[in-house]
Design a protein around this ligand. Structure first.
Ligand code: GLU
Length: 200
């Protein structure tokens, strides 16, 4: 189980996310990535190298606009360490981005259902990617991101922490944990989420 950070506020998110991920480097990881919401657009940057690579690519986050975002350091459990398997994972409609720590034990059956019912094309070998598509599927029946995420978690077995952003809901991040660590930092006009205290 590796690292998660999230930020929602009034200043650029990417810098905080990258610094938070660097502070979680001590846990080890095989790849990393961030997703930042800029208006109705989700911008994703990933690396199979060090966080420093993301910092250099984005000029310490300055090249990425947007005040809401999520970040992840991955320690692969399902699927090789690779660019495609690095988080964040995104739904087929491009609307939802997800970072996930832990394991979705029943991801194979969820994946088969999503393929059979919605013809979803998977882009990674991870258990985590099902979460993004599952939320997209549930969003058809619910009006809020929180409700769709909650409905998705009812189908998932395992220990996990996950954080979600939606391009249609550019003012919030939704976070869930079950038998895995995730902490929230409540600030003035800005809020934080992380899998471990050093990130905050
Ligand atoms: N099971 C997920 C994966 O292999 C998350 C691993 C983690 O906790 O970093 O992508």
């Amino acid at each position: 189980m590796c690292g998660i950070v999230g930020f929602t506020g009034k200043t650029k998110a990417a810098g905080f996310l990258l610094e938070g991920l660097e502070r979680l480097e001590y846990r080890g990881y095989d790849s990393a990535g961030i997703a930042v919401l800029d208006g109705g657009k989700i911008q994703i940057e990933k690396t199979t190298e060090r966080i420093k690579n993301l910092i250099d690519k984005t000029d310490n986050g300055e090249k990425i606009n947007g005040t809401i975002g999520i970040g992840h350091t991955r320690w692969a459990t399902h699927g090789a360490p690779s660019f495609a398997n690095a988080h964040p994972h995104i739904s087929a409609d491009g609307r939802f981005a997800v970072v996930h720590n832990g394991i979705i034990e029943n991801f194979v059956e969820i994946k088969q259902r999503l393929i059979a019912e919605y013809n979803v094309k998977f882009k990674s070998e991870t258990d985590s990617e099902v979460i993004a598509h599952l939320i997209a599927a549930h969003m058809k029946n619910y009006s809020t991101l929180e409700d769709a995420v909650y409905a998705a978690t009812l189908e998932m077995r395992g220990a996990y922490a996950l954080v979600v952003v939606s391009s249609k809901d550019p003012n919030k991040i939704v976070a869930v944990r079950k038998d895995a660590p995730l902490i929230a930092g409540i600030g003035k006009g800005e809020n934080f989420i992380a899998s471990d205290i050093p990130a905050l």
